[in-house]
Unconditional design. Structure first.
Length: 95
């Protein structure tokens, strides 16, 4: 099942600075599989963070390694999402 492989691949993606998965940080959302393509939203605390391209490539690589194309929409977290991200980041920072 390709869908399960994709979910497993995405769930393993972790931030190198924060000991937490990107999903738990609220960065990967709205994952939808359509035939041989996965569409998802990468939510960032701020749109223009320096690691944006690195995160996109990390996600794209995980999806493609599971056998699907990847289309990523990038969006900025809302205030509640950003607060949750910051709270988790501070408690699990490994820098």
């Amino acid at each position: 099942m390709k869908g399960e492989k994709i979910k497993e691949s995405l769930s393993k993606l972790k931030s190198s600075e924060i000991d937490t998965s990107l999903e738990e940080l609220g960065m990967i959302q709205n994952v939808r599989e359509e035939e041989n393509k996965v569409r998802l939203t990468l939510k960032l605390p701020f749109l223009y963070v320096p690691i944006r391209g690195m995160r996109e490539e990390m996600i794209r690589g995980a999806v493609e390694s599971a056998g699907a194309e990847c289309e990523i929409e990038v969006a900025e977290m809302d205030e509640a999402e950003r607060d949750n991200f910051m709270k988790i980041s501070q408690s699990r920072w490994i820098g």
